[in-house]
Write a protein that binds this ligand. Sequence first.
Ligand SMILES: C[S@@+](CC[C@H](N)C(=O)[O-])C[C@H]1O[C@@H](n2cnc3c(N)ncnc32)[C@H](O)[C@@H]1O
Length: 272
Amino acid sequence: MTSDIEANRILWDVRARVHGRTVGDRFYDVPSFLAGRQTLYGIERSLAGDVKERDLIHLHCHFGMDTLNWVRLGARATGVDFSPVAITRARELAAQAGLKADFVEADAQSLPKHLAGRFDLAVATYGVLCWIGDLDAWMRSATTTLRPGGKLILVDLHPLFQTVATLDPFVADWPYGGGQPLHETVVGTYADAGVTTEALDVVQYPHSLGEIVTAAAGAGLVIDNLSEHTETEVDPRGILQQRPDGLYEFPFSVTKLPLLYSLEASLPSATS
Ligand SMILES: C[S@@+](CC[C@H](N)C(=O)[O-])C[C@H]1O[C@@H](n2cnc3c(N)ncnc32)[C@H](O)[C@@H]1O
């Protein structure tokens, strides 16, 4: 029988094959990336600060566009993903772009020992923790990659935003946290609504903001900053309202509800 993680890996292998290869892809425009397009958003860039000469591990790197953009900003980057197809494509993309990065195939909940204690920054962004069954293991694993004084930067969809199924009519039908596995059959991809893929059974795990921050603290991290963002540069699920200034938000006139959260947390250095 296929395990939950194996089922999810099959989905991400399929998506890693498709993304960036269809005309209607909203996220992964490879030619413009190769021409120099920056794919990182303001939130993670400002939290990371100047990454020149910094050792950065990018967890859930998919096929490497963001990892390689950290390299363009001067970091020495290692991308990690559990999808072998994503890792193969990431290596090919690095070669095409003429950029140097390491790519490692691994489950982010149990990273290999050779990655331990080597990084100034561990970064994971947009579509990360809903795939993680063991949140404590993920946080411990991310933390072990850091040098003392190193930082975890996590930017992800806010658990409240994930509860929302549709905006018109307003329907919320996902648990706000709890971490219980939710089985679902998925067809297609968020990157291109016009693409049909085979129907696949996958498993997601809702984690509340409290559970996420508690797991980070439990892994030995000190919370430096937790922010909830009510406007975004990107509409990750294709359901938000775009304002005249180009940013996206929930389509409510007064009430501002969070779409993303960002967490900055550090591994204390031995002397602090
Ligand atoms: C939504 S994508 C992240 C996309 C990334 N922000 C980007 O735009 O390139 C989620 C990624 O998490 C990876 N993933 C899911 N579960 C994982 C796990 N347990 N360990 C490592 N990677 C995992 C998937 O293969 C996929 O590449």
